[in-house]
Design a binder for this molecule. Structure first.
Ligand SMILES: [Zn+2]
Length: 572
């Protein structure tokens, strides 16, 4: 039995995510986790909310709540939606957890001890009215280049000129609007990533099985221009993990917190401890997933993320781990995704454009979305959601191919043999041909799933469903029954067994429907079809079943047009 650790990029806390976010990491990670469990492997699948940083503070202020309370509430909201989408995390943690506080401070202490942290004194804008330092993007003023009055401290979005906050004319706080600003000196910690360049380079060179896209992105950051830069790991904020060296105070860093980019990936690890603590398990139980000196040397670790997150996962987080000098598990394989666009444009959280996870579940069950999103995953290039394509895919793949197959065979059996698997007859040439085709296709499906080729896996699964339909069409038990009821009985027996087989194979994509199919077939047997012929005799003659309700309702043109209009505008 293989052991597989899976993490999905952790979603930021400030709101409900859209479908583009979902297919960018969490959903394909769930597909892989479910598949690996289905094959009998031991899986640890972790995700969490990313809760620190200024955007969380601002979102809380907007909601009129203390930031800790806001984050706790939004975590519950996101956890509930994830559950309703069937995301099968072993634990859905929080980057603000006490476990992550402790571990982040631990890593900082180890990095300091290794000489990989330097202190830098910087000048930063302080707002007297707000009682805080302001990050560059929270300072507004007039652009010295073009005169645009709402330029941000980091960039003017009118003329795109890169700016320093001190370049702005009439600067003011974007939080309160106050102009009572002054430049103060403040001290920050930097992670000396530049000192780790060669070590990271060698580590990436050792990853010969990584996709070229992944290694080329990492190499670009390592070598372009002046090479990998040192990076600030602290901020002057209230909300975050207090800066400490392990358990000890850090002189001169009082009142400061770690920068969110530093603590967020450490939550991948802390989340496993949260899982252990939540289940009353000893530390050894989570450490066997993360510490190569404590059992994790045979773990395969796979990360799922959007392409914009690749540099971070190939360089910054590994710099933290390698720099600690401790035997933590490093990533073995990264699966990254391009972007999903929405109906001729982009999904936009700020403009509320596109379909958000809660809205999606308000109009259709999760499996409809899971199937479309996964079968159109933005792998080799960006992909686009259109309502026409969604309607077509649901109606054809799910309703016509899979749903219709299940409905036809169960209803025919009920009308001629009753609600039990019929006896008599034997599989002949046609059945042998089907078994051979299915064997070939299932082995291909396994290979695609193993390689995390999401679209190819979906195509193969669909072809497996189609093969059953074509068999049923050609065998035509409704005709056979008139001349040779025994032969028809064997055909129907095969068809009913195919439903169980389809339920097992389809579970990673459409888990809720798969469970309904198994329940209708009155079986708990979810064994993977290593031997297809044997799998097609799993339900013996005499085994009772029930005709299920319609698995997938077709999407009508009226529905499609209604949704198209409803989601084009601004989310209220
Ligand atoms: Zn400008």
């Amino acid at each position: 039995m293989a052991r597989i650790l899976i993490t999905s990029a952790i979603p930021y806390i400030n709101g409900i995510k859209h479908l583009g976010n979902l297919i960018g990491s969490q959903l394909p990670a769930d597909l892989f986790a479910r598949y690996q469990r289905g094959r009998g492997n031991e899986v640890m699948f972790l995700c969490a909310t990313d809760e620190h940083g200024t955007p969380a503070e601002l979102a809380a202020a907007k909601a009129g709540k203390p930031v800790a309370e806001y984050c706790a509430e939004m975590h519950e909201v996101q956890a509930d939606i994830a559950k309703r989408f069937g995301l099968s995390f072993d634990h859905f943690g929080r980057s603000s957890s006490p476990q992550n506080h402790k571990l982040t401070q631990h890593f900082a202490g180890k990095l300091a001890k290794a000489g990989l942290i330097r202190e830098v004194t910087e000048k930063q804008v302080y707002s007297n009215a707000d009682g805080r330092f302001l990050p560059d993007r929270y300072i507004e003023g007039t652009c010295p280049n073009c005169g645009y009055e709402k330029a941000r401290g980091d960039q003017c979005e009118n003329c795109t000129k890169q700016l320093d906050p001190t370049d702005l004319i009439d600067p003011r706080s974007a939080i309160s609007g106050s102009t009572d600003l002054e430049v103060r000196e403040t001290k920050h910690l930097y992670l000396r990533q530049s000192a780790m360049k060669d070590q990271l380079d060698a580590w990436i060179d050792s990853k010969t099985d990584w996709p070229v896209l992944t290694t080329s992105i990492a190499k670009k950051w390592l070598h372009d221009g002046d090479g990998l830069q040192d990076r600030g790991i602290t901020r002057d904020l209230d909300w975050g993990i207090p800066v400490k060296k392990g358990d000890e105070d850090w002189p001169g860093m009082e009142g400061k917190v770690f920068y969110v980019w530093f603590d967020a990936p450490i939550e991948y690890i802390a989340c496993a401890k949260e899982w252990a603590d939540a289940h009353g398990k000893p530390d050894a139980e989570w450490e066997r997933w993360w510490r190569t000196d404590k059992g994790a040397d045979d773990v395969r670790y796979v990360q799922f993320m959007g392409k914009d997150n690749v540099p971070f996962h190939t360089l910054s987080f590994p710099a933290t781990i390698l720099g600690s000098g401790e035997p933590w598990k490093l990533v073995d394989h990264l699966k990254s995704f391009n972007y999903l666009n929405y109906d001729g444009g982009q999904f936009s959280t700020s403009q509320g454009r596109g379909v958000f996870m809660d809205q999606a579940l308000d109009i259709l069950p999760a499996d409809y979305w899971r199937w479309w999103l996964l079968s159109h995953a933005p792998e080799s290039s960006d992909s686009e959601f259109t309502w026409e394509n969604f309607q077509q895919s649901v109606n054809k793949d799910l309703a016509d191919v899979l749903g219709n197959f299940v409905s036809r065979i169960t209803k025919f059996c009920r009308s001629k043999f009753g609600e039990e698997v019929p006896s008599g007859g034997a599989y002949g040439e046609r059945e042998q041909a089907l078994i051979e085709e299915l064997t070939k296709r299932i082995r291909a499906y396994e290979a695609h799933m193993e390689a995390m080729e999401v679209r190819k896996s979906a195509q193969e699964l669909r072809a497996i469903w189609v093969a059953g339909n074509e068999y049923l069409q050609a065998a035509a038990p409704w005709s056979t029954f008139k001349e040779d009821p025994e032969k028809a009985a064997a055909q129907v027996r095969l068809g009913l067994n195919l439903i169980r087989l389809y339920a097992v194979l389809s579970a990673p994509f459409i888990p809720e429907t798969s469970a309904r199919m198994l329940s209708a077939m009155n079986t708990l047997d979810t064994n993977w079809p290593e031997d297809v012929e044997a799998a097609l005799s799993a339900l013996p003659a005499g085994h009772e079943f029930a005709v299920p309700d319609v698995l997938f309702a077709k999407i009508t043109d009226e529905q499609r047009e209604d949704w198209q209009t409803r989601f084009a505008g601004v989310r209220s």
